[in-house]
Design a protein around this ligand. Sequence first.
Ligand SMILES: Cc1cc2nc3c(=O)[nH]c(=O)nc-3n(C[C@H](O)[C@H](O)[C@H](O)COP(=O)(O)OP(=O)(O)OC[C@H]3O[C@@H](n4cnc5c(N)ncnc54)[C@H](O)[C@@H]3O)c2cc1C
Length: 406
Amino acid sequence: MKSVPDAEIIIIGGGAVGVGCAYALAKAGWTDILVLERADEVGAITTSQGAGLCGQVRDSAERTKLAMHSVMTFRELQRSPVKPDWNEVGSLRVALSDRRADEFRRLKQTADEAGLETELIDVAEATRRFPLMDFSTATAILWCPTDGYVTPRSIAASYRHNAERLGARFATGTALEEVVVENGRVSGVKTNRGNAGCRFVVNAAGAHAHHVAKQVGLVLPIFPVRHEYFVTVPMDGLTADLPCFRIPELTLYGRVRDGGLLLGGWEPRSLHLDPGEFNLDAAAPPVATDWPVLSSFVEGLSALFPTARTAEKSWVGKGWPTFTPDGRFIIGESARVKGFVMAGGCNAHGISGSGGIGKLLVESLKDANPSPYVRSLSPDRFTETAWDWDDARRRAAHVYETYYGV
Ligand SMILES: Cc1cc2nc3c(=O)[nH]c(=O)nc-3n(C[C@H](O)[C@H](O)[C@H](O)COP(=O)(O)OP(=O)(O)OC[C@H]3O[C@@H](n4cnc5c(N)ncnc54)[C@H](O)[C@@H]3O)c2cc1C
């Protein structure tokens, strides 16, 4: 038998997005799937570093519904033998100005439109839900009871198990070397362990998605931007059932992890890479912990959560999530290269988006007339119009730097 079997669909990359797509496609009836992953296990690269927060409150009904579909998927997988460690603890979004409070009212309207339960709650209610936090300066607090967090590696393992149960196959320790195109259509792949034929290649290669697209002649603006958070040693009063929180004006988010505080944020001057700085056959550069940036997160939080300042740090999560100039995912088949399908450009919500991305990918491939939202995520928006590389890189960095912008 060939070491890399032929398949109708070959997915490049076994991160949250690739394995989530494998599960969604297999559930939709496409069971002849092979996932190629260079690492020895799925979810080992950017996904393993994710904070795992899954927020559904978004600025449009479509984006909200996408995230809601992910939560539905996590609940569904939670009933399978290999669970994603989904913790539906809710989330608190805290405003510290009147302008932000106005934004929260608009977000609530959008949530209502999408059918997502949210509630503007008062300080007493917020304190009851997260006693260690001082909410006295809050101008509005938005509570979403069905938000939560997932353990990133476990969601990847759960997707894998359930996709395999439906017939999908996985080749770990297998690196894509080339996507083969014949007469304008994908016909197979070359890997370090042999070649395989296929009808579709799904590019879910994370920080290497730009390189994989370039192999078939598509230049896509997918820029890795460094992101970090830290976890403290266990602290009194932090229990796993406390809600996640987001404080947009401080550009911070957090949750409880292993009895400690996980705190992450979006620094105003990002460190970003040109994907041309590394090759397809090499890992993205290592990320050195940036303590000044991490310390600025603690300083920001200290007025609301004073005990966080002195807590010893036990772990740092860090990696290169990818950003696009319009802050939107890139999903669907290219009009230029038939059979070449994108599932990338996650703008740092590829874990929380994974269930929804899978659903939209299925819609883009199966539906003769996909919704305007699905069409708007197509890679064609970057291959059929002119744009400037440097400008796109600046705009992608800006998406990171204004992540919680109004
Ligand atoms: C510090 C940090 C915190 C984050 N917090 C959150 C959060 O709270 N919530 C959230 O939703 N998201 C969060 N993210 C973002 C999230 O981690 C990413 O959006 C998500 O993991 C992207 O998944 P992916 O599958 O696209 O990429 P990856 O997980 O990187 O997977 C891509 C895979 O492709 C493989 N690959 C690459 N090249 C090849 C090749 N040639 N052949 C075979 N395989 C190849 C890689 O080995 C890799 O496993 C965070 C990210 C970081 C770094």
